[in-house]
Design a protein around this ligand. Structure first.
Ligand code: AMP
Length: 432
């Protein structure tokens, strides 16, 4: 046996898993269609500079970065947003707004491999560009709910926060951006003591620390009550008050839309990526303690990439983790698999006929495999049985003279001679 293995953190999707992955991808694509998001396909390799610009330490240090043969510093994308922002700042800059973009594909981060954490993983990504209105944020929440619901997940919760609330405090305290980002990252990792120490060292007021301490305690499912408490807590910080109002407006719109997503507001919630400016979101199921998706509003990113000021909000859904959650919740995939057929030539001279019949059936929309191992009929039938194929068609010389074949129902163990022109009709009839 060969000793080759997949590289640490990389994995293979065998047919069963590949099927679920593509199923989720198809649901994401359907959601994009339903909400008017147009798909774009961007490269896996981008310039290191672009990807590193606003990624945040966490992601920046884990990039697969290298020099290509042309001496360019490049990296495998760790997220989609920089590529989307690059397009919006350049090629798409004159598009009428808003534009809604969807992408799906693989991403690369040198994370420590563990359950639900891989070095190559997959996301579906939705972004609305050009609107700073709360209805755009509400839409991102609603489509996330639609996607989670459509893949069959239950009991998922959307964790909601607003970086504007924290940033408002830091701005008024005149904290520099670097420290602010460091504090946010520490808060993201719930290392509150370290975060507060840094805030103190940066010369922030006592009130700042007490406000932050109050905020990290404010969390729960009664989102409108918590919003009120947040407003009280930050009343001395003007920008933060505006942020709380924005948050309230978004939550109200989600509520008014009739979307029943379970939301948990967490006032001390921060996210690792530096570019967020408004609402931030993460999605969880009780069976896993890692997020199935994350996103938020980032109003300044496009400008940072040299584009026109373009407010934006988006979310990425981790397909690998959605799959894991579906497996944990024993979700069965909708849509019964179509009945499939194995075509077996009775002897070598009939191989061409077997291929011809197979094609005829495929053109009628039936899933067909042809016996390609040169096995005897009995062996080929055994194999078809083992792989749970529904029908076998045995192409024999005698029947063929009458333009017919033997059709064997492998589940019922019945067989009949049938005219070739009638096979598709018969199989489809049996399926319905
Ligand atoms: P982020 O861009 O870090 O907010 O990630 C968004 C989503 O992508 C997460 O909520 C996960 O579902 C997924 N994700 C991020 N990193 C990984 C990883 N290393 N392995 C699998 N999924 C990941």
């Amino acid at each position: 046996m060969s000793t080759f293995r997949s590289v640490r953190g990389m994995r293979d999707f065998l047919p069963e898993e590949a099927k679920i992955m593509r199923y989720i991808e198809a649901k994401a694509r359907k959601t994009a269609e339903l909400y008017g998001y147009k798909e774009i396909i961007t490269p896996v390799v981008e310039s290191y500079e672009l990807l590193a610009a606003k990624a945040g330490e966490e992601v920046r240090l884990r990039m697969y970065a290298f020099k290509d043969l042309g001496d360019r510093m490049v990296a495998l994308r760790p997220e989609f947003t920089p590529s989307v922002a690059r397009l919006v700042a350049t090629t798409l800059r004159n598009e009428p707004r808003p534009f809604r973009l969807f992408c799906v594909g693989s991403l690369y981060r040198y994370d420590e491999p563990q359950q639900g954490r891989y070095r190559e993983f997959w996301q579906s990504n939705f972004e609305v560009m050009g609107s700073n209105k709360p209805e755009a944020d509400a839409e991102i929440i609603m489509l996330t709910n639609s996607l989670m619901e459509s893949v069959g997940l239950k009991n998922y919760t959307l964790k909601v926060g607003h970086v504007g609330v924290l940033r408002g405090i830091f701005n008024q305290e005149k904290m520099d951006e670097k420290t602010e980002n460091q504090v946010m990252q520490l808060m993201d990792r719930k290392q509150y003591d370290d975060a507060f120490r840094l805030v103190e060292e940066a010369g922030a007021s006592k009130k700042c620390i007490t406000t932050l301490q109050e905020l990290i305690e404010l969390k729960g499912y009664k989102v409108f009550d918590i919003v009120e408490k947040m407003r009280k807590s930050v009343e001395k910080y003007k920008q933060s008050v505006a942020a709380v109002e924005n948050l309230q407006e978004i939550l109200k719109l989600v509520f008014e839309s009739g979307c029943k997503i379970n939301m948990r507001l967490d006032a001390g919630f921060a996210r690792g990526l530096e570019y967020y400016t408004g609402i931030i979101l993460e999605i969880y199921v009780p069976e896993l303690d890692i997020a199935l998706g994350g996103g938020g509003r980032y109003d300044r990113l496009i400008e940072l990439f040299g584009g026109e000021s373009t407010p934006a909000v988006g979310i990425a859904h981790g397909i690998d983790r959605i799959m894991l959650a579906m497996q944990k919740q024993n979700v069965t995939l909708q849509k019964e698999e179509k009945k499939n057929v194995m075509v077996i030539p009775a002897k070598d001279e009939l191989k061409g006929e077997a291929l011809k019949i197979a094609n005829l059936l495929r053109n009628a929309g039936i899933l067909v495999e042809v016996e390609v191992m040169g096995r005897k009929i009995s062996k080929a039938l055994e194999d078809a049985d083992r792989r749970k194929i529904a029908y076998a068609i045995i192409v024999g010389g005698r029947e063929l003279k009458e333009d017919a074949v033997m059709l064997r129902n492998l589940m019922k163990r019945q067989q009949n001679v049938i005219k070739i022109e009638k096979i598709a009709e018969k199989i489809k009839g049996d399926c319905s």
